[in-house]
Design a binder for this molecule. Structure first.
Ligand code: SF4
Length: 196
């Protein structure tokens, strides 16, 4: 019997979760929620979901899977689609996933929730914090407000994901971040070509 308080953790991927979930398991009875309609293309979504199932089995964590409602995500970020990563496009993307996780936690009778998103140095922690608190207020529950990249959280997640053979992609997840990553790679190649 686990007497620890329950928490629902929004999991963006197995790699980030490989640090966040064991870290939270020291204090809480953790369940995971995979809700990431931002991920493109669908085969990448399936890969990340399968890796999440593998990790949850290994950590003995219950996993709930949200809908892959890409049109809901597309509508939320569409006005900001031409803005770069870390802009309002991303804040809307965080919010969509945070509100859905808060709603799921409330439906499951879990009074505490959080997200793995803050383990990434590419995410704006302040915006995650704001979105988490606002979502918690709407559903009358509590947001566990922790910047998981602290205490070497990100470094540990990289090390663990290598040990577990998990994929670490070179883009955040959405079609826009994929394009941005491809542009970065081709500029780098052009630069290398100029230098040779
Ligand atoms: S870059 Fe990442 S956080 Fe930003 S909109 Fe795309 S998937 Fe969401």
């Amino acid at each position: 019997m686990n007497n620890k308080n329950p928490i629902l953790v929004h999991a963006c991927c197995a790699s980030c979760s490989s640090y966040v979930i064991p870290h939270l398991q020291e204090i809480f009875n953790v369940s995971a929620f995979f809700y990431n309609p931002n991920i493109y293309p669908e085969k990448e979504y399936i890969l990340r979901l399968e890796e999440m199932k593998f990790l949850c089995k290994r950590l003995n964590v219950r996993l709930t899977i949200g809908p892959y409602d890409t049109s809901t995500w597309g509508k939320a970020v569409f006005p900001y689609r031409n803005l770069p990563e870390k802009s309002k496009r991303c804040w809307e993307c965080y919010n969509l996933r945070l509100y859905k996780t808060a709603e799921k936690a409330a439906n499951l009778g879990i009074e505490l929730f959080t997200t793995t998103l803050s383990v990434s140095p590419h995410k704006i922690y302040k915006r995650i914090e704001e979105g988490g608190k606002a979502a918690a207020k709407r559903y009358a529950i509590t947001f566990h407000n922790e910047d998981f990249k602290k205490k070497d959280g990100f470094k540990i997640s990289v090390k663990r994901s290598k040990q577990l053979g998990l994929t670490r992609q070179d883009y955040c997840g959405c079609i826009y971040s994929l394009r941005e990553s491809q542009e970065r790679i081709s500029k780098k190649k052009e630069h290398e070509g100029d230098a040779s």
